[in-house]
Ligand binder design. Structure first.
Ligand code: DAK
Length: 259
C-alpha cells in the first residue's frame, strides 16, 4: 500500500489513514501528489474492509499549504486549464463523491488547494493550531479546485466572499463559529479525536452512508464548478498571476496592476 513518493498510508481498525508527506514544502499539492491521492482514495474506497478514510498532513505545521506554487507558476494557460479540469476530477470531485466517509484532520495550515481538499471531505476536524484560508487572489488567481463553490455552500456566501476576496486566514475557533469545521481539538489530541469520530461513524450502515453522501451532494448545483475552471484559466493568462507567484517565490509583496 505504501508505493507512493508523497503519501504515507496506514490501515488500522478498518480505518484508512492518508498522510500527505511533503513536509519541506508544507505538504503542497504538486501534480504527482494529486495523482497519488487519486490512487490512494480509490484503493481505500474499493476496499470494503475500510469503513472511514482520514486524510491529514505530515508534521505539525501544515495540513496542506495549497497547490505547489513553484510548480504551477511555470504552467502556460493551456496547462493551467488542463490541471484545473483534471485536478478537480482526479481529487476534489472524487473525494466529495466517495462512498466511504472522508474525515479531514486539519493539523496546521490548510490554504488554497489544501483547504479545498478539506472542503471536499465529508467532515472537517481542526487542531487548535490550524489556520485556514483561500489566499489565491493574493497570487493573482482564483480558487480553482472547487473552493469558490464549496466554501460558499458550507459557510454561506457572505463569509465565503469575505475570506476569498480578503485572502485572509482564520483560526480554528473562527472556523468552528463559521461551521467550516465541526470540531476543534488540542494539537496533540487531533488524531485521537479523528479516530474517535471515525469509530462513531462505523456504528452505522455503510450502504446507507454511501446513499446519504449521494443524496446530500445532489442538493448542490454543478454549473458553478465549470465556470470556476474557465475563470481560473483566464486568471492564469494575466500579468497579475505572473507577478503574484513570482512575488511569493521572491518573498516580497506583489505589485498588482491598478493596485
Ligand atoms: N507551494 C510551494 N511551496 C510552498 C507552498 C506552496 N503552496 N507553501 C509553502 N511552501 C514552501 C516555501 O516556499 C518554503 O520553501 P523553502 O523556501 O524552504 O524552499 C517552505 O515551504 C516553508 O514555507 P515558509 O518558509 O513560507 O514558511 P512560513 O512559516 O514562513 O509561512 C505559510 C507559512 C503557510 C504562511 C507560507 O508558506 C505561505 O504563505 N505559503 C503559501 C500559501 C499559499 O498561497 N498557498 C497557495 C494558495 S493558491 C489550480 C487550481 C487551484 C490551485 C492551483 C492550480 N489549477 C486548476 C491549475 C490552487 C492554488 C492555491 O492553492
Amino acid at each position: 500500500m505504501n508505493n507512493y513518493n508523497n503519501l504515507q498510508i496506514d490501515v488500522k481498525d478498518n480505518i484508512g489513514l492518508i498522510i500527505i508527506n511533503r513536509p519541506k514544502q508544507l505538504n503542497a499539492l504538486n501534480k504527482e501528489t494529486i495523482e497519488e491521492l487519486n490512487k490512494a482514495f480509490n484503493a481505500l474506497n474499493d476496499d470494503k474492509n475500510i469503513r472511514v478514510i482520514i486524510v491529514t498532513g505530515s508534521g505539525t505545521k501544515a495540513f496542506v499549504a495549497g497547490a505547489d506554487i513553484k510548480e504551477f507558476m511555470h504552467f502556460n494557460a493551456q496547462q493551467g486549464q488542463e490541471l484545473a479540469a483534471t485536478g478537480q476530477e482526479l481529487l476534489f470531485d472524487l473525494v466529495e463523491n466517495l462512498d466511504t466517509p472522508v474525515i479531514a484532520a486539519i493539523n496546521g495550515f490548510a490554504l488554497g488547494g489544501g483547504l479545498e481538499l478539506a472542503l471536499a471531505s465529508h467532515i472537517r476536524i481542526a487542531s487548535e493550531q490550524a489556520k485556514m484560508g483561500l489566499p489565491e487572489v493574493s497570487l493573482g488567481v482564483i480558487p480553482g479546485y472547487g473552493g469558490t463553490q464549496r466554501l460558499a455552500q458550507i459557510i454561506g456566501k457572505g463569509r465565503a466572499m469575505d475570506l476569498i476576496l480578503s485572502a485572509e486566514m482564520i483560526d480554528a475557533t473562527t472556523a468552528l463559529t463559521y461551521g467550516l469545521v465541526t470540531e476543534v481539538a488540542p494539537a496533540e489530541n487531533l488524531m485521537e479525536t479523528a479516530f474517535k469520530k471515525a469509530k462513531k461513524l462505523m456504528r452505522n450502515s455503510p450502504q446507507a452512508q454511501a446513499l446519504a453522501i449521494k443524496a446530500v451532494n445532489a442538493a448542490y448545483p454543478k454549473a458553478g464548478f465549470a465556470i470556476e475552471k474557465e475563470l481560473f484559466g483566464q486568471a492564469f493568462t494575466t500579468a497579475d498571476f505572473k507577478e503574484g507567484t513570482t512575488a511569493f517565490v521572491e518573498r516580497r509583496k506583489p505589485n498588482f496592476e491598478g493596485a
